[in-house]
Design a protein around this ligand. Structure first.
Ligand code: NAD
Ligand code: ZN
Length: 342
């Protein structure tokens, strides 16, 4: 079968022929139809410090994918051949304290599909059936392929009471854009989003943001006054991984506000948190998706009118992966869905 593989340490990826994975007693074997490229895949392609210290080539990459189950192990009960499934990309240990308490997203022994073990940019992938999530028929393949990052946005946004609240999202990458749609869908009063990229701001507006502005306290204060906000944002979702965005949040959030931190900082952020103390902020770090409540919430919202279609900017074939990576590196794309069948 074909697979997009990091064959050896160093930059680049190769689409090569590899053996089809075997399906263990607790696994499903999935024939992948669509996959999507994540920022993590760009790090792996570039082979930055994080990738070099995390991956052990050869490894097939990709953790955002959808496909059809073609084989299920003897001990698999809840998934059957023919089911259309996505894979939760975090395989958890099921034995640590948090796993045993039902909080798999807090597992301290997480193994990443497409990072620590072979992923979904391939004709077939085998993974534990407990990580398979059946997709409702009403969710099209290209949206199913991006349920993983949608889940990041859902997990972050729904960590807080949004109804009637004023929400600030810093970072209008695909996850910030989807978060704007979720906050609107979940009943926020005002949704303001920041990003230096006008194109990304325009998409965020299409997806539900009331105002999309350049980063910086001054612009945010103007936005607040345009919307008639007097006190500050009630909820802030950090989705850029930039220190400057954290400063914008601390400056403009109301006393008693809630902050979700999803963005990953390339360098440790240096931010004076004294104001966060005086303001009595609640700050929550977000990793991955809650298993599997986030998945139920995400698909239930899609079935009840949440529209994230605008986040998919390009559709390409797996064989065109190099073009997809170039488009994303240049910042000329949002989500790119790859058709793995061609
Ligand atoms: P992305 O890199 O496409 O988007 C980040 C956006 O932030 C870009 O559009 C960029 O222009 C913008 N930005 C840069 N400086 C800014 C500033 N000062 N203020 C506001 N915006 C600014 O990333 P994405 O795929 O949308 O993911 C969002 C973040 O979440 C990334 O940092 C990613 O690494 C992280 N992430 C975390 C998890 C997790 O489990 N915690 C999972 C997935 C992604
Ligand atoms: Zn665990």
């Amino acid at each position: 079968m074909r697979a997009l593989v990091k064959t050896a340490p160093g930059p680049g990826l190769e689409l090569i022929e590899v053996a089809r994975p075997t399906c263990g007693a607790k696994d499903v074997l999935v024939e992948v139809t669509h996959a999507a490229v994540c920022g993590t895949d760009l790090h792996i392609n570039r082979w930055d410090d994080w990738a070099a210290s995390t991956l052990h080539p050869p490894v097939t990459i990709g953790h955002e994918f959808v496909g059809v189950v073609v084989e299920a192990g003897d001990q698999v009960l809840h998934v059957a051949v023919g089911d259309r499934v996505v894979g939760e990309g975090h395989i958890v240990c099921e034995t640590c304290r948090n796993c045993r308490a039902g909080d798999g997203h807090l597992c301290r022994n997480t193994v990443g599909i497409g990072i620590h073990r072979d992923g979904g940019f391939a004709d077939f992938i085998a993974f534990p059936a407990t990580n398979a999530y059946k997709v409702p028929d009403s969710v099209p393949d290209e949206i199913a392929a991006i349920l993983d990052p949608l889940g990041n946005a859902v997990h972050t946004a729904l960590s807080f009471d949004l109804i009637g609240e004023d929400v600030l999202i810093t970072g209008a990458g695909p996850i910030g854009q989807m978060a704007a749609a979720i906050c609107r869908h979940a009943g926020a009063r005002h949704v303001v989003i920041t990003d230096p990229s006008p194109a990304r701001l325009a998409t965020a507006t299409r997806m539900g943001a009331d105002l999309a502005v350049s980063p910086g306290e001054e612009g945010l204060r103007d936005a607040m006054s345009t919307l008639g906000m007097v006190e500050g944002f009630d909820v802030a979702l950090e989705m850029s991984g930039q220190q400057a965005a954290l400063a914008d949040i601390v400056a403009t959030i109301n006393h008693g506000g809630h902050v979700g931190l999803l963005g990953l900082f390339a360098d440790p952020p240096r931010v004076d948190l004294t104001e966060a103390i005086f303001k009595g902020l609640t700050i929550k770090g977000i990793y991955g998706r809650e298993m599997f409540d986030t998945w139920y919430k995400a698909t239930a919202m899609l079935e009840s009118g949440l529209d994230i279609g605008a986040v998919v900017s390009h559709r390409l074939a797996l064989s065109e992966f190099a073009d997809a990576f170039d488009l994303l590196e240049r910042g000329d794309a949002s989500k790119i869905v790859l058709d793995v069948r061609i």
